[in-house]
Design a protein around this ligand. Sequence first.
Ligand code: BES
Ligand code: ZN
Length: 467
Amino acid sequence: MIARYRPPVPGLLLGSLAAISLLLAACQGSRPPAQPSPTPTLPHLSTPTLSPSPTPTLAPSPTPALSPSPTTAAPTIATPADPASLISGDEAYRHVLALADDIGSRTAGSEAEAAAADYIAGQLASYGYDATLEPFEMNLYVEPESALEVLSPEPVSLEPRALRLSAAGDATGELTAAGLGGPQDFPAEGITGRVALLERGELNFSDKVANAAAAGAVAVIIYNDEEGAFRGDLEEESSIPAVGVSQAEGQRLLALLAEEPVTVLLSVQGGSPRTETSRNVVARPPDGRCEEVVAAHYDSVEAGPGANDNASGTAVLLETARVLAASGDGEGVCFVAFGAEEVGLFGSRSFVDGLSADERQALRGMVNVDMVGVGDQWQLFGSEGLVQDVDGEAASLGLDPAPAEAPTGLSSDYRSFMDAGIPAVLIHRVDDPRYHSSEDKAQFVKPQALQEAAELTLLTLRLLGQP
Ligand code: BES
Ligand code: ZN
Protein backbone atom coordinates (compact mmCIF):
# COMPACT_ATOMS: atom_id res chain seq x y z
CA MET A 1 0.00 0.00 0.00
CA ILE A 2 2.82 2.38 0.84
CA ALA A 3 4.02 4.02 -2.33
CA ARG A 4 7.48 4.67 -1.09
CA TYR A 5 9.15 4.86 2.24
CA ARG A 6 12.31 6.83 2.75
CA PRO A 7 14.03 6.44 6.10
CA PRO A 8 14.39 9.77 7.87
CA VAL A 9 18.13 9.81 8.47
CA PRO A 10 19.56 10.17 4.94
CA GLY A 11 17.00 12.84 4.15
CA LEU A 12 17.97 14.77 7.22
CA LEU A 13 21.62 14.38 6.38
CA LEU A 14 21.07 15.70 2.88
CA GLY A 15 19.04 18.54 4.34
CA SER A 16 21.89 19.40 6.69
CA LEU A 17 24.43 19.29 3.90
CA ALA A 18 22.25 21.57 1.85
CA ALA A 19 22.01 23.93 4.79
CA ILE A 20 25.76 23.98 5.23
CA SER A 21 26.36 24.72 1.57
CA LEU A 22 23.76 27.49 1.67
CA LEU A 23 25.45 28.96 4.72
CA LEU A 24 28.84 28.74 3.07
CA ALA A 25 27.46 30.47 0.02
CA ALA A 26 26.04 33.19 2.23
CA CYS A 27 29.36 33.66 4.04
CA GLN A 28 31.14 33.96 0.74
CA GLY A 29 28.75 36.66 -0.30
CA SER A 30 27.57 34.71 -3.33
CA ARG A 31 24.14 33.36 -4.06
CA PRO A 32 23.55 29.71 -4.89
CA PRO A 33 22.77 29.29 -8.58
CA ALA A 34 19.14 28.25 -8.45
CA GLN A 35 17.29 30.86 -6.43
CA PRO A 36 14.38 31.92 -8.61
CA SER A 37 12.05 33.06 -5.83
CA PRO A 38 12.36 34.25 -2.24
CA THR A 39 11.15 30.83 -1.11
CA PRO A 40 13.17 28.43 -3.25
CA THR A 41 12.84 25.41 -0.98
CA LEU A 42 9.12 25.91 -0.45
CA PRO A 43 7.38 25.75 -3.80
CA HIS A 44 3.99 25.32 -2.15
CA LEU A 45 4.20 28.57 -0.25
CA SER A 46 2.68 31.82 -1.35
CA THR A 47 4.32 35.19 -1.04
CA PRO A 48 3.68 36.87 2.31
CA THR A 49 1.66 39.72 0.93
CA LEU A 50 -0.99 37.43 -0.53
CA SER A 51 -2.55 36.22 2.64
CA PRO A 52 -2.56 38.42 5.69
CA SER A 53 -4.17 36.78 8.70
CA PRO A 54 -7.80 37.90 8.80
CA THR A 55 -8.17 37.24 12.51
CA PRO A 56 -5.01 38.40 14.17
CA THR A 57 -6.76 39.39 17.38
CA LEU A 58 -8.33 36.04 18.17
CA ALA A 59 -5.39 34.27 19.62
CA PRO A 60 -2.27 36.26 20.28
CA SER A 61 0.61 33.81 20.31
CA PRO A 62 2.06 33.45 23.80
CA THR A 63 5.21 32.03 22.26
CA PRO A 64 6.80 34.02 19.50
CA ALA A 65 7.45 32.03 16.33
CA LEU A 66 9.90 29.32 17.19
CA SER A 67 11.59 29.35 13.85
CA PRO A 68 12.00 31.98 11.19
CA SER A 69 8.94 32.35 9.05
CA PRO A 70 9.61 30.88 5.61
CA THR A 71 8.41 34.02 3.93
CA THR A 72 10.58 36.39 5.92
CA ALA A 73 13.79 34.39 6.16
CA ALA A 74 16.54 35.45 3.80
CA PRO A 75 16.81 32.61 1.32
CA THR A 76 20.54 32.31 1.51
CA ILE A 77 20.59 31.60 5.24
CA ALA A 78 17.69 29.18 5.27
CA THR A 79 18.48 26.41 7.71
CA PRO A 80 16.52 23.30 6.87
CA ALA A 81 15.94 21.30 10.03
CA ASP A 82 14.15 18.13 10.96
CA PRO A 83 10.55 19.38 11.14
CA ALA A 84 9.87 17.05 14.09
CA SER A 85 12.41 18.97 16.17
CA LEU A 86 10.39 22.16 15.61
CA ILE A 87 7.05 20.84 16.90
CA SER A 88 5.69 22.66 19.93
CA GLY A 89 2.73 21.24 21.84
CA ASP A 90 2.26 24.65 23.47
CA GLU A 91 2.14 26.39 20.12
CA ALA A 92 -0.53 23.89 19.02
CA TYR A 93 -2.45 24.37 22.26
CA ARG A 94 -3.01 28.04 21.57
CA HIS A 95 -5.13 27.01 18.56
CA VAL A 96 -7.26 24.90 20.89
CA LEU A 97 -7.79 27.99 23.04
CA ALA A 98 -8.66 30.10 20.01
CA LEU A 99 -11.13 27.60 18.57
CA ALA A 100 -12.74 26.18 21.72
CA ASP A 101 -12.46 29.06 24.21
CA ASP A 102 -12.64 32.14 22.00
CA ILE A 103 -14.97 30.88 19.27
CA GLY A 104 -16.71 28.04 21.12
CA SER A 105 -19.24 25.60 19.68
CA ARG A 106 -18.80 25.49 15.88
CA THR A 107 -21.91 23.77 14.55
CA ALA A 108 -21.96 23.00 10.83
CA GLY A 109 -23.30 25.96 8.87
CA SER A 110 -23.12 28.38 11.82
CA GLU A 111 -21.38 31.75 11.98
CA ALA A 112 -19.01 30.33 14.57
CA GLU A 113 -17.99 27.60 12.14
CA ALA A 114 -17.29 30.28 9.52
CA ALA A 115 -15.25 32.28 12.06
CA ALA A 116 -13.21 29.16 12.79
CA ALA A 117 -12.55 28.70 9.05
CA ASP A 118 -11.29 32.29 8.86
CA TYR A 119 -9.04 31.68 11.86
CA ILE A 120 -7.54 28.54 10.30
CA ALA A 121 -7.04 30.24 6.93
CA GLY A 122 -5.37 33.16 8.73
CA GLN A 123 -2.97 30.89 10.57
CA LEU A 124 -2.04 28.96 7.42
CA ALA A 125 -1.48 32.25 5.64
CA SER A 126 0.74 33.48 8.47
CA TYR A 127 2.98 30.43 7.86
CA GLY A 128 3.16 31.39 4.20
CA TYR A 129 0.56 29.08 2.68
CA ASP A 130 -1.97 30.16 0.12
CA ALA A 131 -5.07 29.01 1.98
CA THR A 132 -8.48 29.09 0.33
CA LEU A 133 -12.00 28.58 1.58
CA GLU A 134 -13.82 26.00 -0.53
CA PRO A 135 -17.58 26.21 0.14
CA PHE A 136 -20.04 23.36 -0.29
CA GLU A 137 -23.72 22.82 0.36
CA MET A 138 -25.24 20.22 2.63
CA ASN A 139 -28.73 18.93 3.03
CA LEU A 140 -29.53 18.74 6.71
CA TYR A 141 -32.58 17.33 8.33
CA VAL A 142 -33.36 19.11 11.57
CA GLU A 143 -35.31 17.13 14.09
CA PRO A 144 -38.61 18.96 14.61
CA GLU A 145 -39.86 20.37 17.88
CA SER A 146 -42.71 18.24 19.10
CA ALA A 147 -45.10 18.34 22.06
CA LEU A 148 -47.79 16.04 23.42
CA GLU A 149 -50.19 17.12 26.18
CA VAL A 150 -53.06 15.23 27.70
CA LEU A 151 -55.81 17.88 28.08
CA SER A 152 -58.43 15.74 29.84
CA PRO A 153 -59.27 14.01 32.13
CA GLU A 154 -56.17 15.58 33.74
CA PRO A 155 -53.26 17.60 32.31
CA VAL A 156 -50.13 15.52 31.64
CA SER A 157 -47.06 16.51 29.61
CA LEU A 158 -45.32 13.74 27.73
CA GLU A 159 -41.99 13.61 25.86
CA PRO A 160 -42.67 12.67 22.24
CA ARG A 161 -40.11 12.49 19.42
CA ALA A 162 -41.49 13.20 15.98
CA LEU A 163 -40.94 10.47 13.44
CA ARG A 164 -38.45 11.59 10.81
CA LEU A 165 -40.42 13.04 7.86
CA SER A 166 -43.56 13.52 9.97
CA ALA A 167 -45.96 16.13 8.64
CA ALA A 168 -45.84 19.35 10.67
CA GLY A 169 -48.96 20.66 12.39
CA ASP A 170 -51.12 20.78 15.54
CA ALA A 171 -53.94 18.31 16.19
CA THR A 172 -56.39 17.98 19.08
CA GLY A 173 -58.64 14.95 19.43
CA GLU A 174 -59.85 12.05 21.46
CA LEU A 175 -57.51 9.11 21.71
CA THR A 176 -58.34 5.71 20.19
CA ALA A 177 -56.09 2.72 20.81
CA ALA A 178 -55.82 0.59 17.68
CA GLY A 179 -53.33 -2.18 18.44
CA LEU A 180 -50.42 -2.40 16.05
CA GLY A 181 -52.16 -0.21 13.49
CA GLY A 182 -53.02 -2.83 10.87
CA PRO A 183 -56.13 -2.03 8.74
CA GLN A 184 -58.16 -4.53 10.76
CA ASP A 185 -57.17 -2.86 14.06
CA PHE A 186 -59.29 0.24 13.40
CA PRO A 187 -63.02 0.26 14.16
CA ALA A 188 -65.20 -0.28 11.09
CA GLU A 189 -66.82 3.13 11.50
CA GLY A 190 -63.39 4.78 11.36
CA ILE A 191 -61.80 7.24 13.81
CA THR A 192 -62.52 10.49 12.05
CA GLY A 193 -61.09 13.48 13.92
CA ARG A 194 -59.42 11.29 16.55
CA VAL A 195 -55.79 10.57 17.49
CA ALA A 196 -54.60 6.98 17.01
CA LEU A 197 -52.52 5.34 19.74
CA LEU A 198 -50.54 2.43 18.25
CA GLU A 199 -47.93 -0.01 19.49
CA ARG A 200 -44.56 -0.25 17.71
CA GLY A 201 -43.87 -3.52 15.89
CA GLU A 202 -44.74 -5.79 12.94
CA LEU A 203 -45.73 -3.10 10.43
CA ASN A 204 -43.35 -0.35 9.41
CA PHE A 205 -44.01 3.18 10.64
CA SER A 206 -45.16 4.46 7.26
CA ASP A 207 -47.83 1.75 6.93
CA LYS A 208 -49.12 2.34 10.46
CA VAL A 209 -49.44 6.08 9.87
CA ALA A 210 -51.04 5.60 6.43
CA ASN A 211 -53.59 3.14 7.88
CA ALA A 212 -54.48 5.59 10.67
CA ALA A 213 -54.86 8.44 8.19
CA ALA A 214 -57.07 6.23 5.97
CA ALA A 215 -59.28 5.54 9.00
CA GLY A 216 -59.69 9.30 9.47
CA ALA A 217 -57.16 9.98 12.27
CA VAL A 218 -55.78 13.52 12.60
CA ALA A 219 -52.54 12.39 14.27
CA VAL A 220 -50.67 9.26 15.41
CA ILE A 221 -48.83 8.34 18.60
CA ILE A 222 -46.71 5.17 18.48
CA TYR A 223 -45.43 3.80 21.77
CA ASN A 224 -42.34 1.66 22.04
CA ASP A 225 -42.63 -2.11 22.31
CA GLU A 226 -39.57 -2.21 24.54
CA GLU A 227 -38.21 -0.02 27.30
CA GLY A 228 -37.19 3.55 26.53
CA ALA A 229 -37.82 6.23 23.92
CA PHE A 230 -37.10 5.91 20.20
CA ARG A 231 -37.10 7.93 17.01
CA GLY A 232 -38.63 6.16 14.06
CA ASP A 233 -38.10 6.96 10.39
CA LEU A 234 -40.90 7.27 7.85
CA GLU A 235 -40.17 6.35 4.26
CA GLU A 236 -41.78 9.51 2.96
CA GLU A 237 -43.50 12.54 4.40
CA SER A 238 -46.73 11.56 6.18
CA SER A 239 -50.06 13.32 5.66
CA ILE A 240 -50.69 13.72 9.42
CA PRO A 241 -48.35 14.45 12.37
CA ALA A 242 -46.80 11.30 13.87
CA VAL A 243 -44.74 10.96 17.05
CA GLY A 244 -43.16 8.19 19.10
CA VAL A 245 -43.26 7.89 22.89
CA SER A 246 -41.61 5.50 25.35
CA GLN A 247 -43.25 2.26 26.39
CA ALA A 248 -43.94 3.71 29.87
CA GLU A 249 -45.71 6.76 28.42
CA GLY A 250 -47.73 4.52 26.09
CA GLN A 251 -48.83 2.39 29.01
CA ARG A 252 -49.79 5.50 30.93
CA LEU A 253 -52.04 6.63 28.10
CA LEU A 254 -53.60 3.16 27.83
CA ALA A 255 -54.27 3.14 31.59
CA LEU A 256 -55.99 6.55 31.39
CA LEU A 257 -58.00 5.38 28.40
CA ALA A 258 -59.21 2.30 30.25
CA GLU A 259 -60.91 4.65 32.73
CA GLU A 260 -62.50 7.34 30.58
CA PRO A 261 -62.12 9.27 27.30
CA VAL A 262 -58.77 11.00 26.87
CA THR A 263 -58.24 14.17 24.83
CA VAL A 264 -54.71 15.05 23.66
CA LEU A 265 -53.01 17.94 21.92
CA LEU A 266 -50.14 16.91 19.65
CA SER A 267 -47.83 19.32 17.89
CA VAL A 268 -44.97 18.84 15.42
CA GLN A 269 -43.18 21.99 14.22
CA GLY A 270 -40.41 22.38 11.63
CA GLY A 271 -38.30 19.43 10.65
CA SER A 272 -38.32 19.94 6.93
CA PRO A 273 -35.01 19.32 5.18
CA ARG A 274 -32.93 22.47 4.74
CA THR A 275 -29.80 23.35 2.84
CA GLU A 276 -26.84 24.98 4.61
CA THR A 277 -23.44 26.10 3.45
CA SER A 278 -20.14 25.19 5.07
CA ARG A 279 -16.57 25.32 3.83
CA ASN A 280 -13.25 23.47 3.82
CA VAL A 281 -10.03 25.38 4.40
CA VAL A 282 -7.45 24.11 1.92
CA ALA A 283 -3.76 24.85 1.44
CA ARG A 284 -2.53 23.27 -1.81
CA PRO A 285 0.77 23.37 -3.68
CA PRO A 286 0.77 25.80 -6.63
CA ASP A 287 0.02 23.00 -9.11
CA GLY A 288 -3.03 22.14 -7.03
CA ARG A 289 -2.13 18.48 -6.79
CA CYS A 290 -1.97 16.88 -3.36
CA GLU A 291 0.42 13.98 -2.92
CA GLU A 292 -0.55 13.63 0.72
CA VAL A 293 -3.38 15.22 2.68
CA VAL A 294 -3.19 16.15 6.36
CA ALA A 295 -6.76 16.67 7.54
CA ALA A 296 -8.88 17.43 10.58
CA HIS A 297 -12.46 18.56 10.97
CA TYR A 298 -12.89 21.92 12.69
CA ASP A 299 -16.65 21.92 13.26
CA SER A 300 -18.12 20.68 16.53
CA VAL A 301 -21.42 19.44 17.86
CA GLU A 302 -23.81 22.05 19.22
CA ALA A 303 -23.59 20.79 22.80
CA GLY A 304 -20.11 22.09 23.57
CA PRO A 305 -16.94 23.88 22.50
CA GLY A 306 -15.39 20.79 20.86
CA ALA A 307 -11.93 21.25 22.34
CA ASN A 308 -10.87 17.65 21.95
CA ASP A 309 -13.39 16.95 19.16
CA ASN A 310 -11.84 18.47 17.17
CA ALA A 311 -10.01 21.69 17.97
CA SER A 312 -7.22 19.31 19.03
CA GLY A 313 -6.88 17.75 15.57
CA THR A 314 -7.16 21.14 13.88
CA ALA A 315 -4.39 22.45 16.14
CA VAL A 316 -2.16 19.53 15.15
CA LEU A 317 -2.88 20.17 11.47
CA LEU A 318 -1.82 23.81 11.92
CA GLU A 319 1.29 22.91 13.90
CA THR A 320 2.30 20.34 11.29
CA ALA A 321 1.81 22.97 8.59
CA ARG A 322 3.92 25.44 10.56
CA VAL A 323 6.89 23.13 11.10
CA LEU A 324 6.88 21.88 7.51
CA ALA A 325 6.92 25.46 6.28
CA ALA A 326 9.67 26.36 8.72
CA SER A 327 11.83 23.39 7.78
CA GLY A 328 11.27 23.78 4.07
CA ASP A 329 9.76 20.31 3.76
CA GLY A 330 6.27 19.25 2.90
CA GLU A 331 6.35 19.70 -0.85
CA GLY A 332 3.18 18.17 -2.24
CA VAL A 333 1.44 18.08 1.12
CA CYS A 334 -2.06 19.56 1.26
CA PHE A 335 -3.59 20.71 4.51
CA VAL A 336 -7.35 20.44 4.63
CA ALA A 337 -9.54 21.49 7.56
CA PHE A 338 -12.98 20.01 6.96
CA GLY A 339 -16.28 21.66 7.83
CA ALA A 340 -19.50 19.83 8.65
CA GLU A 341 -18.05 16.48 9.74
CA GLU A 342 -20.35 16.11 12.72
CA VAL A 343 -23.51 16.18 10.62
CA GLY A 344 -22.39 13.56 8.12
CA LEU A 345 -18.78 13.94 6.83
CA PHE A 346 -19.97 16.57 4.33
CA GLY A 347 -16.66 18.45 4.08
CA SER A 348 -14.53 15.41 3.32
CA ARG A 349 -17.12 13.98 0.93
CA SER A 350 -17.18 17.28 -0.94
CA PHE A 351 -13.36 17.38 -1.09
CA VAL A 352 -13.07 13.80 -2.36
CA ASP A 353 -15.91 14.28 -4.86
CA GLY A 354 -14.12 17.35 -6.20
CA LEU A 355 -10.89 15.46 -7.05
CA SER A 356 -10.31 14.83 -10.73
CA ALA A 357 -9.17 11.35 -11.82
CA ASP A 358 -5.61 12.72 -12.12
CA GLU A 359 -5.68 14.28 -8.68
CA ARG A 360 -7.01 11.08 -7.16
CA GLN A 361 -4.20 9.18 -8.87
CA ALA A 362 -1.58 11.56 -7.51
CA LEU A 363 -2.87 11.31 -3.94
CA ARG A 364 -0.86 8.70 -2.03
CA GLY A 365 -2.74 8.91 1.22
CA MET A 366 -4.47 10.89 3.90
CA VAL A 367 -3.76 11.45 7.60
CA ASN A 368 -6.86 12.27 9.65
CA VAL A 369 -6.24 13.80 13.07
CA ASP A 370 -9.35 13.60 15.24
CA MET A 371 -9.64 13.75 19.04
CA VAL A 372 -5.97 13.72 19.96
CA GLY A 373 -5.80 15.75 23.17
CA VAL A 374 -7.50 13.65 25.87
CA GLY A 375 -6.88 10.09 27.11
CA ASP A 376 -3.71 8.05 27.41
CA GLN A 377 -3.65 5.54 24.60
CA TRP A 378 -2.96 6.22 20.91
CA GLN A 379 -5.15 4.36 18.48
CA LEU A 380 -4.97 4.02 14.70
CA PHE A 381 -7.86 3.18 12.40
CA GLY A 382 -7.95 2.97 8.64
CA SER A 383 -6.26 1.27 5.69
CA GLU A 384 -4.60 -1.88 6.90
CA GLY A 385 -1.18 -1.48 5.30
CA LEU A 386 -0.79 2.13 6.32
CA VAL A 387 -1.99 1.50 9.88
CA GLN A 388 0.51 -1.35 10.21
CA ASP A 389 3.37 0.75 8.88
CA VAL A 390 2.63 3.67 11.23
CA ASP A 391 2.25 1.25 14.12
CA GLY A 392 5.54 -0.41 13.24
CA GLU A 393 7.47 2.86 13.12
CA ALA A 394 5.84 4.58 16.11
CA ALA A 395 8.30 2.95 18.51
CA SER A 396 10.96 5.24 17.04
CA LEU A 397 8.99 8.09 18.66
CA GLY A 398 8.68 6.20 21.93
CA LEU A 399 4.98 5.64 21.22
CA ASP A 400 2.97 2.45 21.20
CA PRO A 401 -0.33 3.00 19.42
CA ALA A 402 -2.95 0.29 19.19
CA PRO A 403 -4.26 -0.47 15.71
CA ALA A 404 -7.97 -1.08 16.13
CA GLU A 405 -11.27 -1.52 14.42
CA ALA A 406 -13.18 1.77 14.50
CA PRO A 407 -15.83 1.56 17.22
CA THR A 408 -19.15 0.67 15.63
CA GLY A 409 -21.23 3.65 14.75
CA LEU A 410 -18.33 6.10 15.04
CA SER A 411 -16.86 7.66 11.97
CA SER A 412 -14.61 10.44 10.76
CA ASP A 413 -13.34 11.97 7.52
CA TYR A 414 -10.83 9.21 6.74
CA ARG A 415 -13.84 7.13 5.69
CA SER A 416 -14.57 9.44 2.76
CA PHE A 417 -11.05 8.80 1.45
CA MET A 418 -11.13 5.05 2.07
CA ASP A 419 -14.49 4.84 0.32
CA ALA A 420 -12.80 6.42 -2.71
CA GLY A 421 -9.96 3.88 -2.57
CA ILE A 422 -7.41 6.34 -1.14
CA PRO A 423 -5.24 4.98 1.71
CA ALA A 424 -6.10 6.77 4.94
CA VAL A 425 -5.32 6.57 8.63
CA LEU A 426 -7.07 8.08 11.64
CA ILE A 427 -4.81 9.15 14.48
CA HIS A 428 -6.88 9.23 17.63
CA ARG A 429 -6.59 8.97 21.42
CA VAL A 430 -9.05 6.71 23.19
CA ASP A 431 -11.57 7.35 25.88
CA ASP A 432 -12.74 10.89 26.20
CA PRO A 433 -15.40 10.92 28.92
CA ARG A 434 -16.55 14.37 27.76
CA TYR A 435 -17.09 13.35 24.09
CA HIS A 436 -19.82 15.47 22.47
CA SER A 437 -20.68 17.16 25.77
CA SER A 438 -20.69 20.74 27.06
CA GLU A 439 -17.58 19.78 29.07
CA ASP A 440 -15.34 19.12 26.04
CA LYS A 441 -13.22 22.12 27.09
CA ALA A 442 -9.70 23.32 26.35
CA GLN A 443 -8.60 22.79 29.94
CA PHE A 444 -8.72 19.01 29.44
CA VAL A 445 -6.56 19.00 26.31
CA LYS A 446 -2.91 18.11 26.94
CA PRO A 447 -0.23 19.98 24.95
CA GLN A 448 2.02 16.92 25.22
CA ALA A 449 -0.62 14.83 23.44
CA LEU A 450 -0.78 17.44 20.65
CA GLN A 451 2.99 17.26 20.36
CA GLU A 452 2.89 13.47 19.97
CA ALA A 453 0.03 13.66 17.46
CA ALA A 454 2.07 16.05 15.31
CA GLU A 455 5.03 13.65 15.52
CA LEU A 456 2.79 10.76 14.42
CA THR A 457 1.47 12.93 11.59
CA LEU A 458 4.99 13.69 10.31
CA LEU A 459 5.88 10.03 10.63
CA THR A 460 2.84 9.06 8.54
CA LEU A 461 3.75 11.63 5.90
CA ARG A 462 7.21 10.12 5.67
CA LEU A 463 5.73 6.65 5.30
CA LEU A 464 3.53 7.98 2.51
CA GLY A 465 6.59 9.23 0.68
CA GLN A 466 7.58 12.58 2.14
CA PRO A 467 11.34 12.99 2.48
N1 BES B 1 -14.44 12.37 16.45
C1 BES B 1 -15.69 11.71 16.24
C2 BES B 1 -15.59 10.29 15.81
C3 BES B 1 -14.80 9.37 16.70
C4 BES B 1 -15.11 9.24 18.03
C5 BES B 1 -13.84 8.61 16.12
C6 BES B 1 -14.39 8.35 18.80
C7 BES B 1 -13.14 7.72 16.88
C8 BES B 1 -13.43 7.59 18.22
C9 BES B 1 -16.45 12.43 15.17
O1 BES B 1 -16.34 13.80 15.21
C10 BES B 1 -17.91 12.07 15.26
O2 BES B 1 -18.51 12.18 16.28
N2 BES B 1 -18.40 11.63 14.14
C11 BES B 1 -19.75 11.30 13.94
C12 BES B 1 -19.87 11.25 12.43
C13 BES B 1 -21.15 10.94 11.84
C14 BES B 1 -22.17 12.00 12.09
C15 BES B 1 -20.97 10.71 10.35
C16 BES B 1 -20.03 9.94 14.59
O3 BES B 1 -19.13 9.08 14.59
O4 BES B 1 -21.11 9.76 15.14
ZN1 ZN C 1 -14.50 14.37 15.60
